[in-house]
Design a protein around this ligand. Structure first.
Ligand code: RIB
Ligand code: CA
Length: 312
């Protein structure tokens, strides 16, 4: 029985790849969406459409926060386009989809059903996650692990110092990083190592399915717009958080006390390592990845579930 997970996302091209790999390798209990790569109405519709195209119509999508806890929203249209999934023509039958808009109530209902053992994966700004922790303290013990794509011990992608998800909502990121919940943090330190080769486009097209066609068109656009893409390949960020759930052994982890810069605007969202404190931190940070093992696994999962002829 695959491990069950809850996903909080801002689809977004790389969120789509993460969602498809999660659907094929884990038991996805549901998806909540957040404003980040695009506005929350668009990220919600995008998640619903991808689930429907991948034939997971029974998996629910619940819309969450429309803006960061205390700041105006910053989106990433320069990377993901005005729809959040530019490059791919949504099939006509999926242009008008509705989603529920009660992420917090749905999460509370779901997490109340589990006394423990919940794995929660977050691949967008941490606004929904922080709001839930603030409003449902009594349900925190039900969370066994929170796996996050975000942050960077060194460098950034939206500024020289900050990764996008932490930059958009640094207050939420700080709250979550200091919550005491068991966290595995998958940041740019590893996502800038594991680059998807341009040859992936032909491999996606070779699936011979609508999912393969969608991935081809989405990533043809993404290769042209992801700031760190090059002829050698492009980071795929979010899917590494899914890999960290299924195969944590692909990574090297270091336990660190982290804070997130919220005051200095020029350093907004920067991860700050706190010198060793008495109690061990609840946060493990990925500092290295075996990219070859990761991509071998990712292609096996994708081909076996989404290719017309799943010869791996
Ligand atoms: O910095 C990369 C992260 O920001 C990814 O989650 C991507 O989808 C964007 O949200
Ligand atoms: Ca994302």
């Amino acid at each position: 029985m695959p491990q069950s997970v809850y996903l909080d996302m801002d689809p977004g091209h790389d969120d789509v790849l993460a969602l498809l790999v999660a659907l094929a390798s884990l038991e996805v209990e549901g998806v909540t969406t957040v404003a980040g790569n695009q506005t929350v109405d668009k990220t919600g519709r995008n998640a619903r459409r991808v689930l429907d195209i991948a034939h997971y119509k029974t998996i629910s999508v619940h819309g969450g926060s429309a803006h960061p806890l205390f700041r105006p929203l910053v989106t990433a249209g320069h990377v993901h386009g005005s729809t959040g999934l530019d490059g791919y023509q949504i099939p006509a039958g999926l242009r008008h989809v509705d989603i529920a808009a009660d992420a917090q109530a749905w999460l509370a209902s779901e997490f109340s059903r589990h006394s423990s053992g919940i794995t929660w994966v977050a691949t967008g700004p941490l606004t929904n996650v922080a709001a839930f922790l603030m409003g449902h303290n009594h349900l925190i013990p039900s969370i066994a692990q929170l796996v996050i794509m975000g942050g960077a011990l060194h460098g950034g992608n939206i500024t020289a110092h900050a990764e996008f998800n932490f930059y958009v909502d640094p207050d939420a990121a700080h709250w979550v990083m200091t919550s005491g919940i068991p966290i595995r943090l998958v940041g740019l330190d590893v996502t800038h190592q594991a680059l998807l080769s341009p040859q992936a486009l032909d491999r996606f097209a070779g699936f011979g399915t609508e999912v393969g066609h969608m991935l081809h068109d989405l990533f043809a656009f993404y290769f042209e717009h992801e700031p760190h893409a090059s002829p050698q390949g492009t980071p795929v960020h979010d899917v590494l958080a899914v890999a960290a759930v299924v195969h944590p052994e692909f990574f090297i982890w270091r336990r660190l006390h982290l804070l997130v810069e919220r005051c200095r605007e020029d350093r907004r969202g920067q991860v700050i390592i706190v010198p060793e404190e008495a109690a061990p931190s609840s946060v493990e940070v990925a500092i290295d990845i075996d990219s070859e093992r990761f991509f071998k696994w990712m292609w096996e999962v994708l081909i076996s579930r989404y290719a017309a002829d799943p010869i791996v």
